[in-house]
Design a protein around this ligand. Structure first.
Ligand SMILES: Cc1ncc(COP(=O)(O)O)c(C=O)c1O
Length: 395
């Protein structure tokens, strides 16, 4: 499977100084007229002429990170937020100015599903599948939102086809699992590309942030909302995220290599019923991965044989950390039905195949044999405890 991995180099990563860091929360004003002019620009989603005035409105360190993301995604610009959820909220608020409904394709990250299902943004939310999305959009649809690969089932959306099916309606793709290394949705026609930067972009599990890559008009709308709602990324986080980009290709390549190997071994494991991984032909019968990604990534999920086993597996791993989040140097395992997707309504969970038997694994950079030994031990222990209660044991 490694044959179709091609690294997308981060051109901006070669410098020894990743970027400057400016932590001041306001700028010295020597010329009131110039500052007033900047403030006027910023309030309408522009960038400052001279003086950034106040750090909730603009920060140069954040702007450097945004430029690096725009370069990687091939868009005019990018707008960075204090979290992935703040980015999604801003996108929805921007959508509410251009229509009265959004069409959402499940599965989505539980937090996104919650935001949309509870209609917290005031938008009427209509649910669709990749197959029905063209019929669900209407004249007042402001936007279509989808994840690819999707959290936690790794479903792939054929982005080019979806863009074609919905005509003029802008499509936003949450590309968190792919990162700009493996997929560039804007090249496939998506108008907005969103990342929870807390994941692979930061890469070390120590920062929260979100970013949206977009054309000039959308970027301006989003900046205006960011100024008004106070959701600018913190400059320290921007610095860490910008630094994270320098190692993103090598982290993705190593973690993906591990994930390909683990997916293949898990398919054969007696305690595992099904593996969800875009690199497995059975998970991607239309072979979308070849068409729109440079590799299947380092996220995978799997069903264990019985509901009782998920918790035991999580409590039995040692090298792998039982934790939510993803995209870190270390491998993380979690139980979506209890944790990240607990807020999703039962019908949607069932439709998306997110059962109590599903575990999600964010594969990290550890040695493959350490990971496998750990996972195999946890699975066998869970299986033994389960089978013991039924009178049969897997050796
Ligand atoms: C696919 C996806 N999108 C968005 C988010 C939200 O990002 P954040 O946690 O940075 O707010 C997450 C979080 O797990 C996610 O997995």
């Amino acid at each position: 499977m490694t044959r179709y991995f091609r690294t997308k180099f981060v051109e901006t990563s070669s410098s020894h100084t990743y970027c400057s860091m400016n932590l001041a929360n306001s700028a010295r004003i020597d010329n009131v007229g110039e500052a007033a002019e900047s403030l006027g620009q910023l309030a309408h989603g522009g960038t400052p002429q001279n003086n950034p005035v106040y750090a909730r409105l603009h920060n140069d360190t954040v702007a450097e990170f945004e430029q690096a993301i725009a370069d990687l995604e091939g868009t005019d610009g990018a707008v960075a937020f204090s979290s992935g959820m703040a980015a999604i909220t801003a996108v929805m608020l921007a959508a509410s100015q251009t229509g009265d409904n959004v069409v959402a394709v499940r599965p989505l990250y539980g937090g996104t599903d919650h935001l949309l299902a509870d209609e917290l943004t005031g938008l009427d939310v209509r649910w669709a599948t990749p197959e029905t999305v063209g019929d669900v959009v209407g004249p007042k649809t402001a936007m279509v939102i989808a994840e690819s690969p999707a959290n936690p089932t790794m479903d792939l959306v054929d982005i080019e086809r979806m863009v074609r099916d919905v005509g003029d309606v802008p499509v936003v793709i949450d590309s968190t699992f792919a990162t700009p290394m493996l997929q560039n949705p804007a090249e496939l026609g998506a108008e907005l590309v969103l990342h929870s930067a807390s994941k692979y972009i930061g890469g070390h599990g120590d920062v929260i942030g979100g970013v949206v890559a977009a054309n000039k008009e959308w970027a301006q709308r989003l900046r205006k909302i960011r100024v008004a709602t106070g959701s600018l990324l913190h400059p320290m986080a921007a610095y860490l995220l910008r630094r994270g980009l320098a190692t993103l290709p090598i982290r993705i390549e190593t973690a993906q290599k591990n994930a390909i190997e683990l997916a293949g071994r898990l398919v054969e494991h007696p305690a595992v019923e099904k593996v969800y991984y875009p690199g497995l032909p059975e998970c991607d019968p239309e072979v979308i991965v070849f068409r729109q990604m440079r590799g299947p990534g380092a996220m995978l999920s799997f069903d264990v044989a019985d509901e009782s086993m998920g918790q035991v597996v999580m409590e039995s791993v040692d090298v792998i950390t039982p934790a939510v989040s993803l995209g870190s140097t270390d491998s993380l395992i979690q139980h979506p039905a209890s944790l990240t997707h607990q807020v999703v309504c039962p019908e949607a969970l069932e439709e998306s195949g997110i059962t109590a038997r599903l575990l999600r694994l964010s594969v990290g950079l550890e040695h493959i044999e350490d990971l496998w030994r750990d996972l195999d031990f946890a699975l066998r222990r869970a299986s033994r405890l389960h089978e013991r209660s039924r009178g049969t044991v897997i050796h």
